[in-house]
Design a protein around this ligand. Structure first.
Ligand code: GLN
Length: 499
Protein backbone atom coordinates (compact mmCIF):
# COMPACT_ATOMS: atom_id res chain seq x y z
CA UNK A 1 0.00 0.00 0.00
CA UNK A 2 2.93 2.35 0.53
CA UNK A 3 3.58 2.66 -3.21
CA UNK A 4 0.04 3.37 -4.39
CA UNK A 5 1.27 6.64 -5.91
CA UNK A 6 3.46 4.69 -8.34
CA UNK A 7 0.41 3.12 -10.00
CA UNK A 8 -1.13 4.41 -13.21
CA UNK A 9 -4.67 5.79 -13.27
CA UNK A 10 -5.92 2.59 -14.96
CA UNK A 11 -4.28 0.47 -12.24
CA UNK A 12 -5.75 2.67 -9.51
CA UNK A 13 -9.20 2.44 -11.11
CA UNK A 14 -8.84 -1.37 -11.27
CA UNK A 15 -7.70 -1.52 -7.66
CA UNK A 16 -10.80 0.39 -6.58
CA UNK A 17 -13.05 -1.77 -8.74
CA UNK A 18 -11.57 -5.02 -7.40
CA UNK A 19 -11.72 -3.71 -3.85
CA UNK A 20 -7.97 -3.98 -3.29
CA UNK A 21 -8.33 -0.61 -1.57
CA UNK A 22 -11.11 1.89 -0.99
CA UNK A 23 -11.26 5.51 -2.10
CA UNK A 24 -10.98 6.52 1.55
CA UNK A 25 -7.70 4.58 1.83
CA UNK A 26 -6.40 5.93 -1.45
CA UNK A 27 -7.31 9.50 -0.54
CA UNK A 28 -5.65 9.06 2.84
CA UNK A 29 -2.47 7.81 1.20
CA UNK A 30 -2.18 10.91 -1.00
CA UNK A 31 -3.17 13.33 1.78
CA UNK A 32 -0.47 11.85 4.02
CA UNK A 33 2.12 12.34 1.31
CA UNK A 34 1.04 15.96 0.82
CA UNK A 35 1.17 16.63 4.57
CA UNK A 36 4.61 15.10 4.89
CA UNK A 37 6.35 16.15 1.68
CA UNK A 38 4.72 19.25 0.20
CA UNK A 39 6.57 21.47 2.64
CA UNK A 40 9.59 21.35 0.34
CA UNK A 41 7.62 21.39 -2.95
CA UNK A 42 4.91 24.00 -2.16
CA UNK A 43 2.58 22.66 -4.85
CA UNK A 44 -0.70 23.16 -2.97
CA UNK A 45 -2.25 26.51 -2.04
CA UNK A 46 -5.23 24.83 -0.38
CA UNK A 47 -5.53 21.25 0.82
CA UNK A 48 -9.16 20.31 1.40
CA UNK A 49 -8.73 17.31 3.71
CA UNK A 50 -12.25 17.35 5.04
CA UNK A 51 -13.95 17.78 1.67
CA UNK A 52 -11.73 15.10 0.15
CA UNK A 53 -12.46 12.56 2.90
CA UNK A 54 -16.19 13.20 2.58
CA UNK A 55 -16.08 12.83 -1.21
CA UNK A 56 -14.03 9.63 -0.90
CA UNK A 57 -16.53 8.17 1.55
CA UNK A 58 -19.39 9.08 -0.77
CA UNK A 59 -17.54 7.48 -3.70
CA UNK A 60 -17.08 4.23 -1.75
CA UNK A 61 -20.78 4.20 -0.92
CA UNK A 62 -21.73 4.83 -4.54
CA UNK A 63 -19.49 1.96 -5.64
CA UNK A 64 -21.15 -0.41 -3.16
CA UNK A 65 -24.47 0.71 -4.64
CA UNK A 66 -23.31 -0.32 -8.13
CA UNK A 67 -21.95 2.95 -9.59
CA UNK A 68 -19.21 2.20 -12.15
CA UNK A 69 -18.20 5.74 -13.23
CA UNK A 70 -14.68 5.76 -14.71
CA UNK A 71 -13.16 8.20 -12.23
CA UNK A 72 -15.14 7.07 -9.19
CA UNK A 73 -13.04 7.55 -6.05
CA UNK A 74 -9.85 8.68 -7.84
CA UNK A 75 -8.03 11.60 -6.18
CA UNK A 76 -7.05 14.66 -8.24
CA UNK A 77 -6.47 18.40 -7.77
CA UNK A 78 -7.21 21.61 -9.68
CA UNK A 79 -5.00 24.48 -10.72
CA UNK A 80 -6.05 27.41 -8.54
CA UNK A 81 -7.66 29.36 -11.37
CA UNK A 82 -10.64 27.02 -11.69
CA UNK A 83 -13.47 28.32 -9.53
CA UNK A 84 -14.54 25.93 -6.80
CA UNK A 85 -17.67 26.67 -4.82
CA UNK A 86 -16.89 27.06 -1.13
CA UNK A 87 -13.12 26.70 -1.57
CA UNK A 88 -10.52 29.44 -2.02
CA UNK A 89 -9.67 30.31 -5.67
CA UNK A 90 -6.69 32.67 -5.79
CA UNK A 91 -5.16 32.46 -9.27
CA UNK A 92 -1.86 32.69 -7.38
CA UNK A 93 -2.50 36.35 -6.56
CA UNK A 94 -2.79 38.57 -3.49
CA UNK A 95 -5.63 40.18 -5.44
CA UNK A 96 -7.75 37.06 -4.82
CA UNK A 97 -6.23 35.91 -1.52
CA UNK A 98 -9.71 35.95 0.07
CA UNK A 99 -11.87 34.97 -2.91
CA UNK A 100 -14.29 32.10 -2.44
CA UNK A 101 -16.25 31.53 -5.61
CA UNK A 102 -20.03 31.22 -5.36
CA UNK A 103 -20.05 28.71 -8.23
CA UNK A 104 -18.01 25.88 -9.76
CA UNK A 105 -16.19 26.06 -13.10
CA UNK A 106 -17.83 23.71 -15.60
CA UNK A 107 -14.82 21.39 -15.62
CA UNK A 108 -14.84 21.27 -11.81
CA UNK A 109 -18.43 20.09 -11.70
CA UNK A 110 -17.92 17.73 -14.65
CA UNK A 111 -14.94 16.06 -12.98
CA UNK A 112 -16.79 15.80 -9.69
CA UNK A 113 -19.80 14.25 -11.44
CA UNK A 114 -17.46 11.71 -13.03
CA UNK A 115 -16.69 10.62 -9.45
CA UNK A 116 -13.19 12.05 -8.84
CA UNK A 117 -12.18 13.29 -5.40
CA UNK A 118 -10.67 16.80 -5.28
CA UNK A 119 -7.82 17.07 -2.75
CA UNK A 120 -7.32 20.80 -3.17
CA UNK A 121 -6.03 23.68 -5.25
CA UNK A 122 -2.63 23.96 -6.85
CA UNK A 123 -0.04 26.72 -6.91
CA UNK A 124 0.61 28.67 -10.11
CA UNK A 125 2.23 31.79 -11.50
CA UNK A 126 0.12 34.84 -10.69
CA UNK A 127 -2.87 34.93 -13.07
CA UNK A 128 -1.10 32.25 -15.17
CA UNK A 129 1.54 34.71 -16.37
CA UNK A 130 4.96 33.14 -16.25
CA UNK A 131 7.07 30.11 -17.06
CA UNK A 132 8.73 29.22 -13.77
CA UNK A 133 6.09 29.48 -11.04
CA UNK A 134 8.16 32.10 -9.25
CA UNK A 135 5.56 34.87 -9.58
CA UNK A 136 3.02 33.25 -7.25
CA UNK A 137 1.91 35.25 -4.21
CA UNK A 138 2.07 31.90 -2.39
CA UNK A 139 5.77 31.39 -3.07
CA UNK A 140 7.76 29.50 -5.66
CA UNK A 141 7.14 25.82 -6.39
CA UNK A 142 10.12 23.45 -6.32
CA UNK A 143 10.74 20.78 -8.94
CA UNK A 144 10.36 17.26 -7.43
CA UNK A 145 13.26 15.99 -9.60
CA UNK A 146 15.63 18.54 -8.07
CA UNK A 147 14.20 20.94 -5.50
CA UNK A 148 16.76 23.63 -6.33
CA UNK A 149 15.08 23.98 -9.74
CA UNK A 150 11.83 25.47 -11.06
CA UNK A 151 8.95 23.19 -12.08
CA UNK A 152 8.05 25.38 -15.05
CA UNK A 153 4.92 27.47 -15.27
CA UNK A 154 2.40 28.72 -15.10
CA UNK A 155 0.82 25.40 -14.00
CA UNK A 156 3.92 24.61 -11.91
CA UNK A 157 1.95 23.42 -8.89
CA UNK A 158 -0.09 20.99 -11.00
CA UNK A 159 3.02 19.52 -12.60
CA UNK A 160 4.96 19.31 -9.34
CA UNK A 161 2.04 17.68 -7.47
CA UNK A 162 1.70 14.91 -10.06
CA UNK A 163 5.48 14.43 -10.38
CA UNK A 164 5.85 14.25 -6.58
CA UNK A 165 3.17 11.57 -6.27
CA UNK A 166 0.68 13.80 -4.43
CA UNK A 167 -2.13 13.16 -6.95
CA UNK A 168 -2.30 10.76 -9.90
CA UNK A 169 -3.48 13.51 -12.25
CA UNK A 170 -4.39 17.19 -12.19
CA UNK A 171 -5.91 19.98 -14.24
CA UNK A 172 -3.95 22.89 -15.67
CA UNK A 173 -4.43 25.67 -18.17
CA UNK A 174 -2.42 26.53 -21.24
CA UNK A 175 -2.46 30.00 -22.81
CA UNK A 176 1.02 29.87 -24.30
CA UNK A 177 2.50 26.61 -23.00
CA UNK A 178 1.54 26.50 -19.33
CA UNK A 179 0.68 22.80 -19.43
CA UNK A 180 3.28 21.57 -21.87
CA UNK A 181 6.35 23.38 -20.53
CA UNK A 182 5.88 22.35 -16.86
CA UNK A 183 5.05 18.81 -18.04
CA UNK A 184 8.39 18.84 -19.86
CA UNK A 185 10.30 20.20 -16.81
CA UNK A 186 8.69 17.67 -14.45
CA UNK A 187 8.89 14.52 -16.60
CA UNK A 188 5.14 14.28 -17.19
CA UNK A 189 2.69 14.08 -20.04
CA UNK A 190 0.60 17.22 -20.48
CA UNK A 191 -2.25 17.73 -22.92
CA UNK A 192 -3.48 21.07 -24.27
CA UNK A 193 -6.67 20.33 -26.23
CA UNK A 194 -8.06 22.09 -29.32
CA UNK A 195 -9.36 25.58 -28.47
CA UNK A 196 -13.12 25.34 -27.95
CA UNK A 197 -13.20 21.67 -26.93
CA UNK A 198 -13.09 22.29 -23.16
CA UNK A 199 -15.25 24.88 -21.42
CA UNK A 200 -13.59 28.01 -20.05
CA UNK A 201 -16.59 28.86 -17.86
CA UNK A 202 -15.34 29.50 -14.34
CA UNK A 203 -11.68 29.55 -15.35
CA UNK A 204 -10.16 32.89 -14.34
CA UNK A 205 -9.27 34.51 -17.66
CA UNK A 206 -5.79 35.53 -18.72
CA UNK A 207 -6.10 35.86 -22.52
CA UNK A 208 -9.51 34.51 -23.50
CA UNK A 209 -8.79 33.78 -27.17
CA UNK A 210 -5.80 31.62 -26.15
CA UNK A 211 -6.74 30.09 -22.76
CA UNK A 212 -7.56 26.41 -22.74
CA UNK A 213 -7.91 23.93 -19.87
CA UNK A 214 -6.14 20.59 -20.04
CA UNK A 215 -4.54 17.81 -18.04
CA UNK A 216 -1.35 16.48 -16.46
CA UNK A 217 -0.62 12.80 -15.87
CA UNK A 218 2.36 10.49 -15.94
CA UNK A 219 1.19 9.06 -19.28
CA UNK A 220 -1.05 10.00 -22.20
CA UNK A 221 -3.52 7.41 -20.94
CA UNK A 222 -3.64 9.07 -17.49
CA UNK A 223 -4.24 12.44 -19.18
CA UNK A 224 -7.03 10.97 -21.31
CA UNK A 225 -8.91 9.66 -18.28
CA UNK A 226 -9.18 13.16 -16.82
CA UNK A 227 -9.70 14.94 -20.13
CA UNK A 228 -12.74 12.80 -20.97
CA UNK A 229 -15.25 14.40 -18.56
CA UNK A 230 -13.76 17.86 -19.22
CA UNK A 231 -14.44 17.74 -22.97
CA UNK A 232 -17.71 18.81 -24.53
CA UNK A 233 -19.97 21.70 -25.38
CA UNK A 234 -20.93 24.20 -22.68
CA UNK A 235 -23.57 26.82 -23.49
CA UNK A 236 -22.03 29.08 -20.80
CA UNK A 237 -18.82 29.52 -22.85
CA UNK A 238 -19.45 31.32 -26.14
CA UNK A 239 -16.30 29.83 -27.70
CA UNK A 240 -17.20 26.27 -26.75
CA UNK A 241 -17.87 24.18 -29.86
CA UNK A 242 -20.72 21.72 -30.33
CA UNK A 243 -19.22 18.47 -31.64
CA UNK A 244 -19.35 14.83 -30.91
CA UNK A 245 -16.96 14.01 -28.06
CA UNK A 246 -14.52 11.19 -28.85
CA UNK A 247 -13.97 8.34 -26.41
CA UNK A 248 -10.24 8.90 -25.82
CA UNK A 249 -9.52 5.65 -23.99
CA UNK A 250 -11.52 3.50 -26.43
CA UNK A 251 -9.78 5.25 -29.36
CA UNK A 252 -6.38 4.54 -27.78
CA UNK A 253 -7.16 0.89 -27.31
CA UNK A 254 -8.41 0.49 -30.86
CA UNK A 255 -5.35 2.36 -32.21
CA UNK A 256 -3.12 -0.10 -30.34
CA UNK A 257 -5.11 -3.06 -31.70
CA UNK A 258 -4.99 -1.78 -35.27
CA UNK A 259 -1.27 -1.03 -35.19
CA UNK A 260 1.25 -3.43 -36.62
CA UNK A 261 3.29 -4.90 -33.75
CA UNK A 262 6.73 -4.10 -35.20
CA UNK A 263 5.85 -0.90 -37.01
CA UNK A 264 2.94 0.61 -35.09
CA UNK A 265 3.53 4.00 -36.69
CA UNK A 266 3.55 2.79 -40.29
CA UNK A 267 1.85 5.50 -42.35
CA UNK A 268 2.32 8.25 -39.75
CA UNK A 269 4.01 11.35 -41.19
CA UNK A 270 5.78 13.44 -38.57
CA UNK A 271 6.56 16.98 -39.64
CA UNK A 272 9.84 18.42 -38.42
CA UNK A 273 10.45 22.14 -38.87
CA UNK A 274 13.96 23.57 -38.76
CA UNK A 275 12.44 26.67 -37.16
CA UNK A 276 11.87 24.54 -34.04
CA UNK A 277 15.48 23.43 -33.78
CA UNK A 278 17.13 26.82 -34.07
CA UNK A 279 19.27 29.14 -32.05
CA UNK A 280 18.93 28.95 -28.29
CA UNK A 281 18.12 25.23 -28.20
CA UNK A 282 20.15 23.46 -25.53
CA UNK A 283 22.32 20.72 -27.07
CA UNK A 284 21.20 18.02 -24.64
CA UNK A 285 17.53 18.83 -25.28
CA UNK A 286 18.24 18.76 -29.00
CA UNK A 287 19.91 15.34 -28.91
CA UNK A 288 17.25 13.76 -26.70
CA UNK A 289 14.44 15.01 -28.92
CA UNK A 290 16.20 13.82 -32.08
CA UNK A 291 16.73 10.45 -30.45
CA UNK A 292 13.00 10.18 -29.63
CA UNK A 293 12.18 11.06 -33.24
CA UNK A 294 14.54 8.30 -34.35
CA UNK A 295 12.56 5.92 -32.13
CA UNK A 296 9.35 7.02 -33.85
CA UNK A 297 11.05 6.29 -37.17
CA UNK A 298 12.22 2.88 -35.99
CA UNK A 299 8.60 2.17 -35.09
CA UNK A 300 7.52 2.94 -38.65
CA UNK A 301 6.89 6.70 -38.81
CA UNK A 302 8.18 8.83 -41.67
CA UNK A 303 9.82 12.17 -40.97
CA UNK A 304 8.96 14.94 -43.42
CA UNK A 305 10.34 18.45 -43.54
CA UNK A 306 7.82 21.24 -43.00
CA UNK A 307 7.99 24.98 -42.47
CA UNK A 308 6.23 26.99 -39.84
CA UNK A 309 6.33 30.71 -39.07
CA UNK A 310 9.62 32.06 -37.72
CA UNK A 311 9.27 31.61 -33.93
CA UNK A 312 10.64 35.12 -33.34
CA UNK A 313 7.57 36.51 -35.14
CA UNK A 314 5.25 34.16 -33.24
CA UNK A 315 6.77 35.22 -29.93
CA UNK A 316 6.30 38.93 -30.69
CA UNK A 317 2.71 38.31 -31.78
CA UNK A 318 1.87 36.40 -28.62
CA UNK A 319 3.48 38.99 -26.33
CA UNK A 320 1.39 41.68 -28.01
CA UNK A 321 -1.98 39.87 -28.00
CA UNK A 322 -1.84 38.06 -24.65
CA UNK A 323 -1.08 41.21 -22.59
CA UNK A 324 -3.70 43.15 -24.58
CA UNK A 325 -6.37 40.62 -23.66
CA UNK A 326 -5.05 40.41 -20.11
CA UNK A 327 -5.25 44.18 -19.63
CA UNK A 328 -8.91 44.02 -20.54
CA UNK A 329 -9.72 40.85 -18.56
CA UNK A 330 -7.98 42.03 -15.41
CA UNK A 331 -9.80 45.37 -15.33
CA UNK A 332 -12.55 43.62 -13.33
CA UNK A 333 -10.25 43.46 -10.31
CA UNK A 334 -10.84 46.96 -8.96
CA UNK A 335 -11.13 46.48 -5.20
CA UNK A 336 -14.87 47.12 -5.31
CA UNK A 337 -16.72 43.88 -5.84
CA UNK A 338 -14.39 41.13 -4.66
CA UNK A 339 -10.80 40.36 -3.84
CA UNK A 340 -8.18 42.64 -2.32
CA UNK A 341 -9.08 46.18 -1.27
CA UNK A 342 -6.50 48.69 -0.02
CA UNK A 343 -6.76 50.11 3.49
CA UNK A 344 -8.51 53.43 4.03
CA UNK A 345 -8.88 54.74 0.48
CA UNK A 346 -9.06 58.55 0.22
CA UNK A 347 -11.49 58.49 -2.69
CA UNK A 348 -12.59 56.22 -5.56
CA UNK A 349 -9.52 56.88 -7.71
CA UNK A 350 -7.26 56.08 -4.75
CA UNK A 351 -9.24 52.88 -4.09
CA UNK A 352 -8.74 51.68 -7.66
CA UNK A 353 -5.12 52.73 -7.91
CA UNK A 354 -3.89 51.38 -4.61
CA UNK A 355 -5.97 48.18 -4.66
CA UNK A 356 -4.53 47.33 -8.06
CA UNK A 357 -0.95 48.33 -7.39
CA UNK A 358 -0.88 46.58 -4.01
CA UNK A 359 -2.90 43.55 -5.15
CA UNK A 360 -1.08 42.70 -8.41
CA UNK A 361 2.54 41.56 -8.57
CA UNK A 362 5.23 43.00 -10.86
CA UNK A 363 4.81 40.67 -13.85
CA UNK A 364 1.03 41.14 -13.92
CA UNK A 365 1.42 44.92 -13.74
CA UNK A 366 4.02 44.83 -16.51
CA UNK A 367 1.60 42.97 -18.77
CA UNK A 368 -1.34 45.23 -17.95
CA UNK A 369 0.82 48.21 -18.88
CA UNK A 370 2.06 46.64 -22.13
CA UNK A 371 -1.45 45.51 -23.08
CA UNK A 372 -3.07 48.85 -22.28
CA UNK A 373 -0.43 50.60 -24.39
CA UNK A 374 -1.05 48.26 -27.34
CA UNK A 375 -4.79 48.90 -27.12
CA UNK A 376 -4.59 52.68 -26.72
CA UNK A 377 -6.14 54.85 -29.43
CA UNK A 378 -2.97 55.95 -31.21
CA UNK A 379 -1.32 52.53 -31.24
CA UNK A 380 -4.20 50.07 -31.66
CA UNK A 381 -3.78 49.59 -35.41
CA UNK A 382 0.00 49.61 -35.37
CA UNK A 383 0.25 46.95 -32.66
CA UNK A 384 -2.97 45.10 -31.87
CA UNK A 385 -4.54 44.95 -35.34
CA UNK A 386 -1.22 44.12 -36.92
CA UNK A 387 -0.61 41.29 -34.45
CA UNK A 388 -4.10 39.92 -35.21
CA UNK A 389 -3.21 39.83 -38.91
CA UNK A 390 0.06 38.05 -38.21
CA UNK A 391 -1.84 35.58 -36.03
CA UNK A 392 -3.90 34.64 -39.07
CA UNK A 393 -0.74 34.04 -41.12
CA UNK A 394 0.70 31.82 -38.38
CA UNK A 395 -2.45 29.67 -38.57
CA UNK A 396 -2.14 29.48 -42.36
CA UNK A 397 1.48 28.33 -42.10
CA UNK A 398 0.40 25.54 -39.75
CA UNK A 399 -2.39 24.56 -42.16
CA UNK A 400 0.12 24.33 -45.02
CA UNK A 401 2.40 22.18 -42.87
CA UNK A 402 -0.50 19.84 -42.06
CA UNK A 403 -1.04 19.27 -45.80
CA UNK A 404 2.27 17.41 -45.67
CA UNK A 405 2.13 15.66 -42.29
CA UNK A 406 -0.15 14.26 -39.58
CA UNK A 407 1.61 15.68 -36.53
CA UNK A 408 4.42 18.19 -36.03
CA UNK A 409 7.17 17.32 -33.55
CA UNK A 410 9.50 19.66 -31.67
CA UNK A 411 11.20 20.15 -28.34
CA UNK A 412 8.64 21.45 -25.83
CA UNK A 413 11.07 24.00 -24.39
CA UNK A 414 14.59 25.10 -25.36
CA UNK A 415 16.06 23.95 -22.02
CA UNK A 416 15.42 21.53 -19.18
CA UNK A 417 14.38 22.92 -15.75
CA UNK A 418 16.64 25.74 -14.61
CA UNK A 419 17.65 26.83 -11.11
CA UNK A 420 15.25 28.78 -8.91
CA UNK A 421 16.10 32.44 -8.30
CA UNK A 422 18.17 32.74 -11.43
CA UNK A 423 16.24 36.01 -11.80
CA UNK A 424 15.65 35.75 -15.52
CA UNK A 425 14.84 39.12 -17.00
CA UNK A 426 11.31 39.09 -18.46
CA UNK A 427 12.42 38.88 -22.09
CA UNK A 428 14.69 35.88 -21.44
CA UNK A 429 11.78 34.18 -19.70
CA UNK A 430 9.47 34.94 -22.64
CA UNK A 431 12.02 33.33 -25.00
CA UNK A 432 11.49 30.03 -23.17
CA UNK A 433 7.96 29.91 -24.62
CA UNK A 434 9.24 29.98 -28.19
CA UNK A 435 8.09 26.45 -29.17
CA UNK A 436 4.73 26.40 -27.41
CA UNK A 437 2.95 29.68 -28.13
CA UNK A 438 2.28 29.16 -31.86
CA UNK A 439 -0.07 26.33 -30.94
CA UNK A 440 -2.26 28.67 -28.86
CA UNK A 441 -2.29 31.40 -31.50
CA UNK A 442 -3.55 28.80 -33.99
CA UNK A 443 -5.93 27.07 -31.53
CA UNK A 444 -4.33 23.66 -32.13
CA UNK A 445 -4.08 20.66 -29.79
CA UNK A 446 -0.63 19.66 -28.53
CA UNK A 447 0.91 17.27 -26.07
CA UNK A 448 4.24 17.18 -24.27
CA UNK A 449 5.68 13.89 -23.12
CA UNK A 450 8.91 12.67 -21.57
CA UNK A 451 11.48 11.84 -24.22
CA UNK A 452 14.78 11.47 -22.40
CA UNK A 453 17.00 12.93 -19.72
CA UNK A 454 19.95 15.28 -19.51
CA UNK A 455 23.23 14.01 -18.08
CA UNK A 456 22.29 15.45 -14.71
CA UNK A 457 19.05 13.46 -14.76
CA UNK A 458 16.57 16.19 -15.66
CA UNK A 459 13.62 15.25 -17.88
CA UNK A 460 13.34 16.49 -21.47
CA UNK A 461 10.00 16.89 -23.22
CA UNK A 462 8.93 16.15 -26.79
CA UNK A 463 6.04 18.21 -28.13
CA UNK A 464 3.60 16.76 -30.67
CA UNK A 465 1.22 19.22 -32.33
CA UNK A 466 -1.96 18.00 -34.03
CA UNK A 467 -4.34 19.54 -36.52
CA UNK A 468 -7.60 20.98 -35.14
CA UNK A 469 -9.75 18.29 -33.46
CA UNK A 470 -7.07 15.61 -33.78
CA UNK A 471 -6.88 15.42 -29.98
CA UNK A 472 -7.70 11.75 -29.85
CA UNK A 473 -5.18 10.91 -32.56
CA UNK A 474 -2.55 12.89 -30.67
CA UNK A 475 -3.22 11.05 -27.42
CA UNK A 476 -2.99 7.70 -29.23
CA UNK A 477 0.24 8.72 -30.98
CA UNK A 478 1.76 9.48 -27.58
CA UNK A 479 0.24 6.38 -25.96
CA UNK A 480 1.67 3.94 -28.50
CA UNK A 481 5.11 5.56 -28.13
CA UNK A 482 4.81 5.12 -24.37
CA UNK A 483 4.00 1.46 -24.82
CA UNK A 484 7.35 1.01 -26.56
CA UNK A 485 9.50 3.26 -24.34
CA UNK A 486 9.90 3.82 -20.61
CA UNK A 487 10.78 7.53 -20.21
CA UNK A 488 7.36 8.22 -18.69
CA UNK A 489 7.75 5.52 -16.03
CA UNK A 490 10.76 7.15 -14.35
CA UNK A 491 10.00 8.68 -10.98
CA UNK A 492 11.15 11.98 -9.52
CA UNK A 493 13.22 12.03 -6.32
CA UNK A 494 10.19 13.10 -4.26
CA UNK A 495 7.94 10.42 -5.80
CA UNK A 496 10.53 7.82 -4.75
CA UNK A 497 10.31 8.94 -1.12
CA UNK A 498 7.94 6.79 0.85
CA UNK A 499 6.33 7.95 4.03
N1 GLN B 1 4.63 31.51 -20.25
C1 GLN B 1 3.56 32.07 -21.02
C2 GLN B 1 3.17 33.41 -20.47
O1 GLN B 1 3.72 33.81 -19.48
C3 GLN B 1 2.39 31.12 -21.07
C4 GLN B 1 1.54 31.17 -19.87
C5 GLN B 1 0.32 30.30 -19.96
O2 GLN B 1 0.23 29.43 -20.83
N2 GLN B 1 -0.63 30.55 -19.07
O3 GLN B 1 2.33 34.09 -21.00
Amino acid sequence: MSDLHHLSVAQLADGLKNQQFSSVELTDHFLKRINKLDEKINSFITVDEEGARQAAKAADEKRSAGDTSALLGLPMAHKDLFCTKGLLTTSGSKMLHNFVSPYDATIVSNIREAGAVCLGKLNMDEFAMGSDNESSYYGAVHNPWDTSRVPGGSSGGSAAAVAAGFVPFATGSDTGGSIRQPASFCGLTGMKPTYGSVSRFGMIAYASSLDQAGTFGRSAEDCAYLLQPMTGHDPRDATSIKREVPDYIADMHSAVKKADTDKPFAGLRIGVAKEYFGQGLDTEVDSNVRNALKQYEDLGATIVEVNITDPAITLATYYMLAPAEASSNLSRFDGVRFGYRCEEPKDLADLYTRSRSEGFGDEVQRRILMGTYALSAGYYDAYYTKAQKVRRLILEDFKKAFDKCDVIASPTAPTAAYKLDTALDPVTMYLGDVYTIGVNLAGLPAISMPAGFTESGLPVGLQLIGNHWDDSKLLSTAHIFQQHTDYHTKLSATAQESI
